[in-house]
Write a protein that binds this ligand. Structure first.
Ligand SMILES: [Zn+2]
Ligand SMILES: [Zn+2]
Length: 155
């Protein structure tokens, strides 16, 4: 556990919302789907999936954005509207934290590319593995074990 150098602090662009992560991520992903391209205004979203019990908003006010669907909520800073994290039943006890909000994001490297079929030309995330769509449920355990072993960690 200590190799992850927890806890981590994170904040939005205006720093009104601050967050704390106290549990290691189970996977780091770059999602290249069209939805993530629009949500981020960038070529992909960079995500650390963290157990719910290891994530908290410490200060500031958040608001829901994105598609306002029942199975996933995109949480934003109510003031600067940075996309901060995603929750919802589809995530089965995990929170998708936007890795770029970490106070120190310098070590973050995606382990898996998802939805690479929709990847923009010329985009390279540095992920070790790439999936054209979503990793099959049957791959999840092996992927998380490989990430725990080999995934990039704070320096
Ligand atoms: Zn903000
Ligand atoms: Zn996506």
């Amino acid at each position: 556990m200590s190799e992850w150098k927890l806890p981590w602090s994170a904040s939005c662009l205006c720093e009104r919302v601050t967050m704390r992560i106290t549990a290691p991520p189970v996977i780091a992903m770059a999602c290249h789907c069209r939805g993530c391209q629009k949500l981020t205004s960038g070529p992909y979203s960079l995500t650390l999936m963290v157990p719910e019990a290891g994530f908290e908003v410490v200060s500031g006010e958040t608001t829901i954005g994105g598609l306002h669907r029942d199975d996933g909520h995109q949480h934003y800073c109510a003031h600067c509207l940075s996309w901060l994290y995603t929750t919802g039943p589809a995530l089965e006890g995990l929170v998708n934290v936007r890795a770029t909000m970490l106070d120190d994001a310098s070590w973050v490297r995606p382990f898996v590319d998802t939805m690479a079929a929709e990847k923009l030309p010329g985009v390279v995330s540095g992920a070790a593995r790439s999936y054209q769509a979503w990793p099959a449920e049957s791959d999840h355990d092996e992927l998380m074990a490989a990430y725990a072993r080999e995934g990039a960690k704070p320096q």
